[in-house]
Design a protein around this ligand. Structure first.
Ligand code: PXP
Length: 248
């Protein structure tokens, strides 16, 4: 299983003071040192953290894949087609939200999703759709031409947090985990690659690691937060060990 580290919040810290530091590029290298397989960034429409120059520096210098998250707007799709990251994950975006709340409504905006997928695929970019683990959204994703889905684990993370760390998972948390697993099985059956992410950290991750067909994880806020105390290579290495020990 591959581990992607989302380094947006290194840029959040930089933008908070308008300084040149901390540099996402340095963070990306440290994440790789800790065992990350690839790097993820979200270029938001309001540019609240990652900027175009970060994306371009990462694309020029990273020895691994860059997964670029973006909203389905003409501006963002044009930009991705121009800079050509290996992979784009299409996400919903609301300016007022603190983070990506809920998955992309592929059912409700199928035509727009299909158009974005077509354009990005024609530019040689692998396209992933960030969706809630619902039967209808997975089925709709299967009709878009995208080859990957990233299942939104935010609801699972929220419920697991309400249960408390180290507590046994409650029935709603287990039910949400089962919903994720069912969505993963459905997606795999449609020939889609399955990734997962949002709200994950070393306390809630393990029960998800047996998700059928799970290929990649994307983890951001919690690992950057943990890095404040233990350093980024160690914070990433903790996740790496958890994943590798569970796989063995
Ligand atoms: N996957 C997607 C598509 C996201 O938008 C985000 C948040 O930017 C993440 C994963 C990572 O979520 P978190 O920062 O909560 O780990």
């Amino acid at each position: 299983m591959k581990l992607g580290i989302n380094i947006d919040h290194i840029a959040t810290l930089r933008q908070a003071r308008g300084t040149d530091y901390p540099e996402p590029m340095v963070g990306a290298r440290l994440a790789l040192e800790g065992g990350a397989d690839f790097i993820t960034v979200h270029l938001r429409e309001d540019r609240r953290h990652i900027q175009e120059h970060d994306v371009e520096a990462l694309l020029a210098e990273l020895p691994v894949k860059l997964n670029l998250e973006l909203a389905i707007t003409t501006e963002m799709v044009d930009y991705a087609c121009r800079v050509k990251p290996a992979e784009c994950c299409l996400v919903p975006e609301k300016r007022e939200e603190l983070t990506t709340e809920g998955g992309l409504d592929v059912v409700g905006q199928q035509a727009a999703v299909i158009e974005a997928v077509e354009r990005l695929t024609a530019a040689g970019i692998t396209v992933s759709l960030f969706i809630d683990p619902s039967h209808d959204q997975v089925a709709a994703a299967g009709r878009t031409g995208a080859t990957v889905v990233e299942l939104h684990t935010g609801q699972y993370a929220l419920l697991a947090e309400q249960d408390g760390i180290d507590a046994e998972q409650s029935a709603p948390t287990v039910k949400e985990r089962e919903r994720l697993f069912a969505a993963a099985i459905q997606a795999t059956g449609l020939g889609l690659k399955v990734n997962a992410g949002h709200g994950l950290h070393r306390q809630n991750l393990q029960p998800l690691l047996s998700m059928p067909g799970l290929d990649e994880l994307n983890i951001g806020h919690a690992v950057i937060s943990r890095a404040v105390f233990v350093g980024l290579p160690s914070a990433v290495a903790e996740l790496r060990q958890l994943i590798d020990n569970t796989a063995n």
